[in-house]
Design a binder for this molecule. Structure first.
Ligand code: NAP
Length: 221
C-alpha cells in the first residue's frame, strides 16, 4: 500500500482512469473533487468493482493534506484556481505530478498548444506551489483510454520531466508499477515538449479516430 496518492480531478477523465489503475495495483488513493459527494461517489464506484481497493473521496484540499504524492488532472482553464486552492494544504516534501495540457481547439477543428510566458503549464505552477513540494510533469502523452487497459506490448512510453532526481525516481517507479515504460526527459523546462507531444497525439487521434500511444525504443549495441 505505502504512500497515499491524491488525484485532484479524479472523478472523471484521465484522473479517474489513473485512480482505477492505481487502485488495481493496490495503492492507497484519495480521489479529490470540488465536491465531497462527487469524490465519495467516484470512490464508491471503484470500491464496487475492486472490493479490496484502498480508496476514499475528499474535497481537494483535504485530499492533498493526506497525500505524499498528488496528481493534478484538471482542465487547463481550471489549473491555476485549483492549484491556489490546494497549495496551503500540500505536505512539505510531497510530490506534485502535473498532467495538464494547455490545449485549445482551433476554428479548423484541430487542436493547438497554448503558448505561455512561463514556458509550460507545469512551470506556471512553480510560482504557486511551495518550494518544498517537488514538481514533475508526466502522463501528458497518454490518453485515459490507453490507461484503462495498460497491458499493451510493447508497453506505452510515459514521459516525465522535473528538477528533483529523487521525485522523478519515485514517479519512474510508479509508472513501472502501473505497467507503463517511464522515459525521463530531463528538467522541468522540457515540460513544454511533453505538452506539445500531448497536443500532437490529440490531433492524430482526432484525424485517425483511433486511440494511440507512443513507444521510444532504446537500440541495443
Ligand atoms: N483525457 C485524457 O486522455 C488526457 C490525457 C493526458 C492529459 N490530459 C489533461 O489532463 C487534464 C484533465 O483532462 P480530462 O479530460 O480528464 O478532464 P475532465 O474530464 O474534463 O475533468 C477532470 C476533472 O477536473 C475537475 N475540474 C476542476 N475544475 C474544473 C472546471 N472548472 N471545469 C471542469 N472540471 C473541473 C472535475 O472534477 P470535480 O468536478 O470533481 O472537481 C473533473 O472531473 C487536462 O488538462 C487534459 O489536457 C487529459
Amino acid at each position: 500500500m505505502g504512500e497515499n496518492i491524491a488525484i485532484i480531478g479524479g472523478t472523471a477523465g484521465v484522473g479517474y482512469s489513473i485512480a482505477v489503475r492505481l487502485a488495481k495495483i493496490g495503492k492507497s488513493i484519495v480521489i479529490g473533487s470540488r465536491f465531497q459527494w462527487k469524490a465519495e461517489e467516484a470512490a464508491k464506484t471503484i470500491k464496487n468493482t475492486l472490493k479490496e481497493a484502498y480508496v476514499e473521496g475528499a474535497v481537494n484540499h483535504d485530499a492533498v493534506s493526506k497525500a505524499e504524492i498528488v496528481i493534478l488532472t484538471v482542465p487547463f482553464k481550471a489549473q491555476v484556481e485549483i492549484a491556489e486552492g490546494i497549495r496551503d494544504f500540500l505536505k512539505p516534501n510531497s510530490i506534485l505530478i502535473d498532467v495538464t495540457i494547455p490545449v485549445k481547439r482551433s476554428e479548423d477543428g484541430f487542436f493547438s498548444l497554448i503558448r505561455l510566458k512561463e514556458g509550460s503549464a507545469t512551470e506556471r505552477l512553480r510560482k504557486i506551489i511551495p518550494e518544498n513540494v517537488s514538481l514533475v510533469a508526466s502522463f501528458k502523452n497518454i490518453s485515459q483510454h490507453v490507461i484503462d487497459s495498460l497491458d499493451y506490448a510493447p508497453k506505452p512510453s510515459i514521459l516525465l520531466c522535473g528538477d528533483s532526481m529523487e521525485a522523478k525516481k519515485k514517479v519512474v517507479n510508479l509508472i513501472n508499477e502501473m505497467g507503463g515504460e517511464p522515459v525521463d526527459c530531463g528538467p522541468l523546462s522540457n515540460a513544454v515538449l511533453l505538452e506539445a507531444l500531448g497536443v500532437l497525439m490529440i490531433n492524430i487521434e482526432s484525424v485517425s479516430r483511433r486511440n494511440i500511444y507512443v513507444r521510444f525504443e532504446k537500440i541495443s549495441d
